[in-house]
Design a protein around this ligand. Structure first.
Ligand code: MG
Length: 303
């Protein structure tokens, strides 16, 4: 790994450790670009190989999917001696259950999320990504879903804070959910609940379809922003849009990155995307990281 990337990752790892056990506000210093990836996106026959590849390419955040509660020792061992740390836990299970009209289902969903928060804390992760409701998971109107979240989230957020973790609301585009499509909608919930155990995240893919401005969205969400997903316009690796759509411009990350730098974002930016067919991830992922570093450098240039 290049020294510059190593130093950046070392600083980020220290910051994450400092967060375990208690939830702190985002530091007041210029933002940094800390690249990472979802585990499933990384090539490698074992977790150790995946982590080694990520570190070799200058990445330092490993995002886990599903329920890794039975893998904590394996994960810690794979990270030992590396600059890679666990970023967010992309939990996913039971998402819609928490807003179900079936109270038994809702209770079980809440307990499952609480368990995931404990796992996230044990892994010193940033938090647990939570999508309240995908399409077809509820027939309730958004206003009614709001009321359920206002009812259940204070206790979940308090549990998260005590555990040393946080819930991260993720807005999705309208093709995936009718509820929470933009960061300002997640901000409204975070503001209402007002707990360090509740935050939000941004996903460049969804934001490209729903936000008028990446910069305005990140700035509005700055106080609660703890994680970011990276993907191009067609949800392939950043920098790969033109392989499929040569007549369209590449999805730009510059405005969003400029805002992240300005608001002092210290957390991870994690790949959640496909790879263009026929492209080798061993070559394409480091190329995407280089593309993103170029976008970050562009964002930091004086206007
Ligand atoms: Mg996402």
């Amino acid at each position: 790994m290049k020294r510059r990337h190593f130093l950046q990752c070392s600083l980020s790892a220290a910051g994450t450790v400092a967060l375990s056990g208690k939830v702190l506000a985002a530091p007041k210093k210029p933002g940094v670009l800390k690249l990472g990836s979802q585990e499933g996106r990384l090539p490698g026959a074992t977790l150790k190989e995946k982590v080694a590849n990520l570190e070799k390419w200058g990445g330092c955040g490993l995002e886990l999917g599903g329920d890794p509660s039975g893998r904590i020792a394996e994960i810690k061992e794979a990270l030992q001696g590396t600059a890679v740390r666990v970023s967010a836990l992309c939990w996913g299970a039971c998402n819609g259950d928490l807003v179900s009209m079936d109270l038994g289902k809702r209770k079980a969903g809440i307990e499952a999320l609480k368990k995931a928060l404990g796992t996230a804390a044990a892994l010193e992760s940033t938090g647990v990504i939570f999508v309240p409701c995908f399409h077809k998971q509820s027939e309730l109107a958004p206003g009614e879903l709001d009321k359920i979240l206002w009812d259940i989230l204070p206790a979940i957020a308090e549990h998260a804070q005590k555990a040393g973790s946080r819930v991260l609301l993720e807005p999705l585009n309208k093709a995936e959910t009718f509820y929470l499509n933009r960061i300002d909608q997640a901000v409204a919930i975070c503001r209402k609940i007002d707990s360090p155990g509740l935050g939000l995240m941004g996903d460049f893919y969804h934001m490209g379809r729903e936000e008028k401005s990446d910069a305005e969205a990140f700035t509005a969400g700055a106080r609660w922003l703890w994680h970011i997903h990276l993907a191009g316009r067609i949800r392939w690796l950043p920098g790969q849009d033109q392989l499929k759509e040569p007549d369209q411009p590449e999805r730009s990350f510059v405005d969003g990155f400029r805002a992240l730098h300005k608001i002092g974002y210290q957390e991870y930016c994690s790949l959640e995307c496909g790879v263009a067919p026929g492209k080798d991830p061993l070559v394409a992922i480091p190329a995407a990281f280089e593309f993103l570093r170029g976008q970050w450098a562009e964002a930091l240039k004086p206007a």
